[in-house]
Design a protein around this ligand. Structure first.
Ligand code: CP
Length: 332
């Protein structure tokens, strides 16, 4: 690999050795590994400010986006991140592929790997799908969302955005509001934020916020108005009607919005500098009012921008670890 890491990636944390060829979730990562990803992303963010927004870091490498679920942000930002690193990028969509003829996920991926692909970016409705592929492939696998399990790069870009806005994560109180039970974004955020020193409260109706979440170390609250004055960050999630059989799990969208939607009026109960986040896609007028989504406390578009740097870091670190491991095996 023509590995040329940006300055921050080389110098900030020289003691951290990233050794994972795959990024499957944040549950298994140490605090140091999380910081290595965030600091490497900080270095890569500078590339997007240059007149020529491209570096040769992954020249000659091939990245495939293997997406079995819809995506706008994750898919495009992984594509752009790979292109900024000079990798070749292939796009696989379920529609029009031979999976409709009965080919398994593993067979599909192994055939794509046989074309010389080095990195797989995988989104799938089944929890654990990326981990299964990582076991069957020599190539690196990055989980771009597996069912309700994890969405590691989303939580990393959320942490990155908070750190940029507030200068730290340690000691902050973050509320994640909405359909927590079905949310891979909530789970990955819970793992990352707590390891990085933040306190997390999950908020929503009991039918969407199972009490069992306390076993992950977070507080559970069913009253958004009660928690609003106490938090530094509000991460608003949408209702995931594509999971859990498509039911609402509460009486009506109107009632949900009245009790848990972030309106301008409700925002007046929060701290003046509270940071408003949303992973997208937004359901304007349901979990968040348009004037709040577009208002001065919102960092929703900064989250999307951060995703590019975070995904460049993930592609770079996983590719480098795989190259080092292969070189070591050849030398042994
Ligand atoms: N936040 C997120 O994962 O968005 P997409 O589904 O558009 O990728």
């Amino acid at each position: 690999m023509t590995a040329s890491a940006p300055a921050a990636a080389r110098e900030d944390r020289p003691h951290v050795a990233w050794t994972r060829k795959d990024l499957l979730g944040l549950r298994e990562l140490t605090r140091e590994e999380l910081l290595a990803l965030l600091d490497t992303a900080k270095g890569f963010a500078e590339i997007s400010t240059r007149s020529i927004r491209k570096v040769p870091t992954l020249r000659g490498r091939v990245v495939v986006n293997l997406f079995f679920e819809p995506s706008t942000r994750t898919r495009l930002s992984f594509s752009l991140a790979a292109q900024r690193l000079s990798a070749d990028v292939l796009d696989f969509g379920k529609e029009g592929s031979s999976t409709s003829k009965g080919e398994t996920l593993v067979d599909t991926a192994r055939n794509i790997e046989a074309m010389g692909v080095d990195l797989f970016v995988v989104r799938h409705a089944a929890p654990g799908a990326a981990a299964v592929l990582a076991r069957h492939l020599q190539a690196s696998v990055i989980n771009a969302g597996d069912g309700s399990h994890e969405h590691p790069t989303q939580a990393l870009l959320d942490c990155y955005t908070i750190r940029e806005r507030l200068g730290r994560l340690e000691g902050l109180h973050v509320a994640i509001v909405g359909d927590i039970g079905h949310s891979r974004v909530a789970r990955s955020n819970i793992w990352a934020l707590q390891k990085l020193g933040a306190k997390v409260t999950v908020v929503g109706p009991p039918t969407l916020v199972p009490a069992a979440f306390t076993q992950l170390g977070v507080s559970v609250c069913h009253d958004l108005d009660a928690v609003l004055p106490e938090v530094d960050v509000l991460n608003m999630l949408r209702i995931q009607r594509e999971r859990g059989g498509g039911g609402l799990n509460f009486p009506s969208v109107e009632e949900y919005s009245r009790l848990f939607g972030l309106t301008q009026r409700r925002l007046e109960r929060a701290r003046k500098d509270v940071v408003i986040m949303h992973p997208g896609p937004l359901n304007r007028g349901v979990e968040i009012a348009p004037e709040v989504a577009d208002g001065p406390n919102s960092v929703i578009l900064q989250q999307v921008s951060a995703g590019l740097a975070v995904r460049m870091a993930a592609l770079f670190l996983c590719s480098l670890a795989r190259s080092k491991s292969e070189a070591a095996e050849e030398g042994a």
